[in-house]
Design a binder for this molecule. Structure first.
Ligand SMILES: *Cc1c(COP(=O)(O)O)cnc(C)c1O
Length: 385
């Protein structure tokens, strides 16, 4: 055949028995079928074989299997980010005219979907007190289709009584979804506590180096998987095999990173709790964190993110000076990487508490803890003198 045709022949020339220690990056949209009768378009590739790259190449499915193993899920779907995971869950469980519940401590963009996209689709998403526990029963209506939990909550770090919420929800046949990003899917065993769908932003601890965006949606059982899978297919939530490859690499060092992050973060949180200019420290392992006792009961550890308040005599401007005086800590969003970050939430709204720009959230990285403490110390001194 002509060389032009030969250029396009997909048959491999190189040996295929390269047994790499790591998962190769498989690129591909089209999957070849042996004959016409074998042609299918099926998102259930783990059971039924590959049909299209949109539902994951072997690189993405390897990551999905490993997250499912780690979390004890029936199966996991890999999606482009944590926010895409949240959207997939809403769109799978809520239909027009239905009602959902979300804690008011939830990740901001989760509440933005509730108020934006879901409201536009005639789904009423009601915010609830994250510390409500079994009293969630009073908020469940005939048309309630989904209850979100996020524990600890974003920024204010409330630990929820997830098993109590699950018990009430299941008594009324309502599904419970958990944003389990804080726990990296390991510090809180979502499925052991009865959650139906667990999601995490792999962007955070699984990626672990602030260089990728991915999310995981893990289903408890076949019923949850079927609900999610068909919407996943309709939305076309494709992921890059390169990002999945980075996440697979991240998984290899997850345990050592989490160990180092937990101990450094505890050291810094305890140092802050003793500082004369610092008020409440919202770290799950400290008694000043709302729901600390539930954390002790339900979690196997803590991770790298927490918040603290300055005392009342420190002004909003002084807190800004504090942030701007930090040298080792960088100012930035997201977390779970190797660098320490600090940020103020000036517009943080909670119905029961006033923060007036004095709440600071820290993400602790892998720098030497003493250098981080020295940095915090000089910045507090500089802003309060
Ligand atoms: C970061 C984050 C997300 C969203 O993840 P992205 O990958 O950035 O979209 C969702 N939930 C929580 C709790 C997060 O912190």
């Amino acid at each position: 055949m002509n060389w032009r045709t030969r250029l396009l022949d997909p048959a491999p020339r190189a040996r295929r028995d390269f047994a790499s220690l790591t998962t190769p990056v498989y690129r591909g949209s089209t999957v070849l079928f042996d004959d016409q009768t074998a042609v299918k378009d099926d998102w259930r590739q783990a059971q039924n074989g590959y049909s299209y790259g949109l539902y994951g190449t072997p690189t993405a499915l390897e990551l999905a299997h490993r997250i499912a193993d780690l979390e004890g899920a029936r199966e996991t779907l890999i999606v482009p980010g944590g926010q895409a995971a949240i959207a997939l869950i809403y769109l799978s469980y809520c239909t027009a005219g239905s009602h959902a519940l979300v804690p008011y401590s939830a990740y901001g963009p989760n509440k933005a979907i509730a108020e934006g996209l879901m409201r536009g689709l005639n789904v009423e998403v009601e915010a609830y007190d994250p510390m409500i526990g079994a009293s969630i029963a009073d908020l469940i209506r005939d048309n309630t289709c989904l209850i979100w939990c996020e524990s600890p909550g974003s920024v204010t770090m409330e630990i929820q009584d997830v098993p109590a919420i699950v018990e009430q929800a299941h008594a009324k046949d309502v599904a419970v979804a958990l944003d389990n990003t804080y726990s990296a899917g390991v510090m809180f065993d979502a499925f052991a506590y009865g959650v139906d769908v667990s999601m995490q932003a792999l962007t955070k601890y699984i990626g672990g180096h602030s260089d990728l965006l991915l999310g995981a949606v893990s289903a408890r059982n076949a019923a949850a998987l079927t609900k999610l899978g068909s919407i996943y297919q309709q939305l076309g939530l494709a992921v890059s095999p390169d990002d999945c490859s980075l996440a697979l690499r991240g998984l290899q060092t997850l345990a050592v990173r989490l160990d180092a992050l937990e101990s450094a973060t505890l050291e810094i949180a305890n140092w802050l709790a003793r500082h004369p200019h610092v008020g409440d420290v919202f770290h799950p392992a400290l008694p000043s964190c709302p729901g600390h006792k539930i954390w002790k009961r339900d979690f196997t550890g803590s991770t790298s993110i927490f918040s603290f308040m300055f005392k009342d005599n420190i002004s909003e401007d002084q807190v800004i000076t504090f942030i701007n005086s930090l040298k080792v800590f960088k100012i930035g969003m997201s977390w779970g990487g190797v660098n320490s970050l600090a940020i103020i939430y000036p517009d943080l709204q909670r119905p029961d508490k006033e923060f007036s720009g004095c709440i600071v959230r820290l993400n602790i990285g892998l720098e030497q803890p003493n250098d981080l403490i020295d940095d915090l110390s000089q910045a507090i001194e500089h802003s309060t003198q």
